[in-house]
Design a protein around this ligand. Structure first.
Ligand code: PMP
Length: 360
């Protein structure tokens, strides 16, 4: 009985949980390596753990529905105004709020081939029409995306870097695109992997918002800040857009532990620096091995790399699983030859490389 757009959706496929694989293999969970969900391998920051312990005394109370303290900390951190921030239960929640507030049934929403799977989910859930623009070299074809805009277009989703491909577009490409898109179209720039990127020409979306009231930037605490399990993300937008998001937002959508943790995480710069460094070195470690194995991969700016394992990618995935190494098939993105590998700790990467060496 579901509406047509919902019936056409494939359910989201999460990475296999460690416990499930451990049970299947009869192994202890410590012997499983999970490099499947673009999680932070460092474990939580000690400052975050302290903040959560402190926040436990308030568990019987509802969280601060306005996230006052976290939003204030974000304002200072990002140099934006309080009325520009919307907090979400992960940035997925914010993407959902954007669709619910702005996409009417039949309205067109543009995103790229191989774009993050949540974009079709939130679009089709509200009856929006997904317009998928073919990718170039696994990344966004911004020229073609600008040309795909019609009078029915209400929103464009861009991910920079993109998941599952890791591709990035440059500041000049983005600026050109934003100049081509009419103001009635909301451009959602998803920067879930922002903190990892160190390229000079990488655009910080927040710096482009001044003259563009239709540009929304989404970020998350799930990746470099290491809080995927707590679910906190946010959007930075004009006060007008933020006001609309706030109208459809569920009250208390971010838990008290998540609010406290995210605020503490923002104050733990050494953790962030270490997470990015570990990622950088791990990316080097894994991509050198892939090169040595003559496995081609898509150059990635995120905390993962997606590699072409050929016709037998699904079989290789099964063999990895049997050895206790979980990576992520991306056939549901139309990339049946590829597997996405999240960057782990040096020891975890080493284990993956050893097992891959045996298999290949
Ligand atoms: N956007 C992109 C591009 C992502 O890869 C992810 C995480 N898979 C998200 C948004 C959502 O992350 P979260 O809901 O954990 O903030």
């Amino acid at each position: 009985l579901a509406v047509q757009g919902v019936r056409q959706l494939q359910p989201y496929i999460p990475g296999k949980p460690v416990d499930e694989v451990a049970r299947e293999l009869g192994l202890a969970p410590e012997n499983i390596v999970k490099l499947a969900s673009n999680e932070n391998p460092l474990g939580p920051s000690s400052k975050v753990l302290e903040a959560i312990t402190k926040a436990q005394s308030e568990l019987t109370r509802y969280p601060d529905s306005n996230g006052y303290s976290l939003k204030n900390t974000l304002c200072a951190h990002l140099n934006v105004a309080f009325d520009q921030i919307t907090l979400g239960n992960g940035s997925n929640d914010v993407l959902d709020l954007l669709a619910r507030a702005f996409v009417a049934p039949g309205a067109e929403v543009i995103f790229s081939q191989y774009a993050f799977i949540v974009y079709p989910i939130v679009t089709q859930a509200v009856g929006g029409k997904a317009v998928v623009v073919p990718a170039v070299e696994w990344g966004h074809d911004l020229e073609a995306m600008a040309k795909a805009v019609t009078e029915k277009t209400v929103m464009v989703f861009l991910a920079n870097p993109n998941n599952p491909t890791g591709t990035c577009f440059s500041r000049s490409e983005l600026v050109k695109f934003l100049g081509q898109v009419p103001e009635h179209v909301i451009v959602v720039l998803d920067e879930a992997y922002f903190e990892y990127v160190d390229s000079e020409d990488y655009p910080n979306g927040l710096r482009l918002q001044q003259d563009l009231p239709n540009l929304v930037v989404c970020r998350t605490f799930s990746k470099a800040y290491g809080l995927a399990g707590l679910r906190v993300g946010y959007a930075v937008a004009s006060p007008e857009i933020t006001d609309m998001l706030n109208r459809v937002r569920q009250p208390f959508n971010v838990s008290s532990l998540a609010l406290a943790a995210a605020e503490a995480a923002l104050h733990d710069q050494p953790y962030l620096t270490k997470a990015c460094q570990i990622n950088h070195e791990g990316m080097e470690q894994i991509t050198s091995a892939l090169n040595a194995f003559e496995v081609s991969f898509i150059p990635s700016k995120g905390n993962f790399v997606t590699a072409d394992f050929g016709e037998n990618a699904a079989g290789i995935n099964q063999q990895l699983l049997q050895q206790g190494v979980i990576v992520r098939p991306v056939a549901n993105y139309g990339m049946a030859r590829h597997l996405r590998i999240s960057i782990g700790l040096p020891k975890e990467n080493e284990r993956l490389i050893k097992v891959l060496e045996q298999i290949l």
